[in-house]
Design a protein around this ligand. Sequence first.
Ligand code: TQI
Ligand code: ZN
Ligand code: ZN
Length: 169
Amino acid sequence: HYTLFPGMPRWPEGTEELTYAFNPGNSLSETVKGVFAAAFARWAEVTSLKFRETASYFSADIRIGFFSGDHGDGEPFDGSLGTLAHAFSPTNGRFHLDADEDWVVSGDVTQSALSTAVDLESVAVHEIGHLLGLGHSSVEEAVMFPTISSRRKKVVLAQDDIQGIQYLY
Ligand code: TQI
Ligand code: ZN
Ligand code: ZN
């Protein structure tokens, strides 16, 4: 079953659109940006929320960046595997990814030669769930289940993820 964060934080009633922006210190390819757009679209499809990229990092609702090691928020990244990314409950909007992962942005992660390969869209779909207010699920098929193996792709929302997000929005 899905969980919510303590106190059930969510984006305010009446929120129709959330904006997101990429850290201007990262220069991301259109392919990488497209992976995030696809991940947002999976949640938009099952709610009335819309997500729109904006150039303005500091005014965006959701701020996405890749960082290495200690990056100033008290939750340092740890190199390959271990912590892959973190995101915070509503309405914080911080979405950080470990720049030292072997991110797979296109192609088939299950066929990667690297045993440390991590599928970017899978992690993005999971972290967006946190950004919207979902905690972890006990349902193994759910994208909000708290573990994923490397070289695994899990991007399709399970019924449990959909029930959780539709409870909130
Ligand atoms: N990052 C953890 C996660 O997103 C950070 C975390 C731990 C967390 N406990 C939390 C965030 C409670 C919010 C609430 O779960 S992670 C996975 C998964 C991670 C893990 O790097 O370990 C994914 C990031 F579920 F697959 F293991 C993305 Cl998909
Ligand atoms: Zn961080
Ligand atoms: Zn999580």
